[in-house]
Design a protein around this ligand. Structure first.
Ligand SMILES: NC(=O)c1ccc[n+]([C@@H]2O[C@H](COP(=O)([O-])OP(=O)(O)OC[C@H]3O[C@@H](n4cnc5c(N)ncnc54)[C@H](OP(=O)(O)O)[C@@H]3O)[C@@H](O)[C@H]2O)c1
Length: 247
């Protein structure tokens, strides 16, 4: 396999499971050294690191709650200490709390915005300070920003902010050749999507995609690979909806 990312160092937030783990594995398969960030499940993160190493890749796990700016700074400090540079940042970590607005608490709102919005913003700030020229930043939105499902207002609001950061910061980071794009998945087979839904609800949501199936993490990691690699050098400030034709 051609190692398009040989010599690159990537940091993937929320890489202990779900989409982030698959992204970390695929970046490593293509030659990048990868820092897998996680919040609370060291066993899962170490399992992901072991899987990468067993395939000949280089990876380490670093715990940090990206909702806290000091921890984001420590995460980047650790990346630079271990691998000496950073070329690719994937702002994948995210949570989803869905409730009718009547039931949404201040704590629900603050937690969602702290992880999805503040975490993404201050990770981009660290990248702006420390990333090598011609780096790649990939943010995470969602296709529900175009669906208007009841109960998703706060979550979709966090991702609307992320899409705006993406458009806005492309102009600010372009001088260093750094590109910044977002991926907006449709429903993907992970804990974040599956928890709390009945089989019927899942079937109904998945049935809205033109391609008629649920997305798998590798449907998304392939898109991230494109945005992280040399073939996307002329793409910046964009949001790519990888969703099987969901919207
Ligand atoms: N799945 C979908 O259908 C879907 C659709 C559209 C968009 N997305 C977006 O895709 C991204 C990944 O989602 P997923 O489905 O893979 O989620 P997931 O399976 O729930 O995994 C979430 C990951 O984020 C980490 N994380 C959570 N809070 C964190 C924090 N404060 N600091 C650092 N890491 C934290 C978790 O680490 P721990 O294991 O340590 O808790 C875990 O590795 C999210 O941004 C999500 O909004 C998902």
């Amino acid at each position: 396999m051609e190692k398009k990312l040989a010599g690159k160092v990537a940091l993937v937030t929320g890489a202990s499971r779900g989409i982030g783990r698959r992204i970390a594995e695929d970046l490593a398969l293509h030659g990048a050294k990868v820092v897998l960030n996680y919040a609370s499940q060291p066993d899962k993160a170490e399992e992901a690191v072991a899987a990468i190493r067993s395939q000949g890749g280089e990876a380490v796990a670093v715990q940090a709650d990206i909702a806290r700016v000091a921890e984001v700074e420590r995460l980047f400090g650790e990346t630079l200490r271990v691998y000496g540079r950073i070329d690719i940042l994937v702002n994948n970590a995210g949570i989803m709390i869905t409730k009718p607005i009547e039931h949404m608490t201040e704590a629900d709102f603050d937690r969602q915005f702290a992880i999805n919005v503040k975490g993404t913003f201050f990770a981009i700030q660290q990248a702006a300070r420390h990333m090598s020229d011609n780096g790649r930043i990939i943010n995470f939105s969602t296709s529900v920003v175009g669906q208007m499902f009841p109960g998703y207002s706060a979550y979709a609001g966090t991702k609307g902010a992320v899409e705006q950061f993406t458009r806005q910061l492309a102009k600010e980071l372009g001088a260093k050749g750094i590109t910044i794009n977002a991926v907006a998945p449709g429903p993907v087979n992970t804990e974040l999507f599956n928890v709390g839904k009945t089989e019927e609800q899942i079937k109904a949501i998945v049935g809205m995609a033109a391609l008629g199936r649920i997305g798998e993490p590798d449907d998304i990691s392939r898109v991230v690979l494109f945005l992280a690699g040399p073939d996307s050098q002329w793409v910046t400030g964009q949001t790519l909806r990888a969703n099987g034709g969901y919207i």
